[in-house]
Write a protein that binds this ligand. Structure first.
Ligand code: 2P0
Length: 328
């Protein structure tokens, strides 16, 4: 009983921050993302009666205690669903640095969900797979799909209406998302911890929850109408609003470094010179720039000219997660 799957990472244009239910990992707000062409995880899962505990190999090293516990807790959900009690070996490889704010948990849990469900011969709908992936990581629910994707917060206490679905396919629009790596160090405050802290302590939390539906609605429309200026403005707004929430938590969470801020200013300057480029930043210091295909080279050169940007990665819209191998 084994299978291997590949899932691509994604970046939220309208951000998810805050949980409605921590145990079931239900987000407090919906989100909209684009799946990335250049960043992915390949995960192989082998359920084996000879194993006495789950084993995790991550990027060619043994998973640490925290990582292994998170994977085992997730596999327990699948074991319960399938009635198959077997332990599993999980071998996962990212084609990019883990824990550097590049959403490795998104592609990682999406690939693991797809591979494990296949290996266990669970016949699940896309919605059921997305709900499962969400239990591993909120952003993973989106990484099962290609193109532009929307995640719903839902209202049901059991999370049965909190899943992702595509808004527009991979070939809808030739946009680019460039990533500038400003640091390879792992982030200091993990997303889950940061979200919990913001919910408990930020005076802006209610405003965040209340204003999200309008952002989602406008972004959905702007994507479908290919209104790039609108998509870009909403993207920057949601990013800055999410970070305002993090910054206003107690103690304040500051994910940016000096290079991140330099890059934000440089992107706005480029925009004033007539290039449509907009930034977004996640729970880490990397800078991400949304632009049109025709401006890719100008934006890439600008990012490379910023002191401290160690590497740039160019993405188009990426594909849905897929099974690579399956062995009964
Ligand atoms: C997002 N982020 O929408 C937001 C914006 C980071 C900033 O989703 O706790 O790893 O595993 O559900 O999905 C990163 O958090 O969080 C994230 P969990 P996840 O992409």
């Amino acid at each position: 009983m084994q299978a291997k799957a590949r899932a691509h990472s994604n970046i939220a244009l309208i951000k998810y921050w805050g949980k409605r239910d921590v145990r079931l990992n239900i987000p407090a707000v919906g989100s909209i993302s684009m799946t990335l062409s250049a960043l992915w995880t390949e995960t192989e899962v082998i359920f084996d009666e000879r194993l006495s505990k789950d084993e995790l190999i991550l990027d060619n090293r043994r998973g640490n205690v925290k990582e292994s516990k998170r994977i085992s807790a997730f596999l327990d959900i699948l074991r319960q669903k399938s009635g198959v009690p077997l332990k599993a070996k999980v071998i996962s490889i990212n084609n990019f640095p883990t824990a550097a704010g590049l959403a490795s948990s998104a592609s990682g849990f999406a690939a693991l969900t797809l591979a494990a469900a296949k290996a266990l011969k669970l016949n699940l709908s896309e919605r059921e797979l997305s709900i499962l992936a969400r239990r591993g990581s909120g952003s993973a629910a989106r990484s099962l799909f290609g193109g532009f994707v929307e995640m719903f917060a839902g209202t049901e206490p059991d999370g049965s209406d909190s899943f992702a679905q595509p808004i527009a396919a991979q070939d809808h629009w030739d946009v680019r998302l460039l990533i500038g790596i400003t640091s390879f160090r792992p982030k200091k405050v993990g997303s889950t911890e940061g979200m919990t802290r913001s919910k408990k302590t930020s005076p802006y939390y209610q405003a965040w929850i209340q204003s999200q539906p309008e952002d989602l609605k406008e972004m959905r429309q702007a994507i479908l109408q290919k209104d790039f200026q609108k998509v870009g403005e909403l993207t920057e707004h949601s990013c800055l609003k999410m970070h305002a929430l993090a910054l206003s938590s107690k103690p304040g969470i500051l994910y940016w470094n000096a290079i991140t801020v330099d890059a934000m200013h440089a992107i706005r300057e480029l925009r004033h010179s007539g290039i449509q480029a907009y930034f977004t930043v996640d729970a880490g210091p990397q800078i991400k720039v949304l632009c049109l295909a025709e401006d890719e080279v100008r934006v890439r050169d600008m990012l490379r000219s910023i002191n401290g940007i160690e590497r740039t990665i160019v993405n188009k819209l990426g594909p849905a997660a897929q099974i690579l191998e399956f062995d009964e």
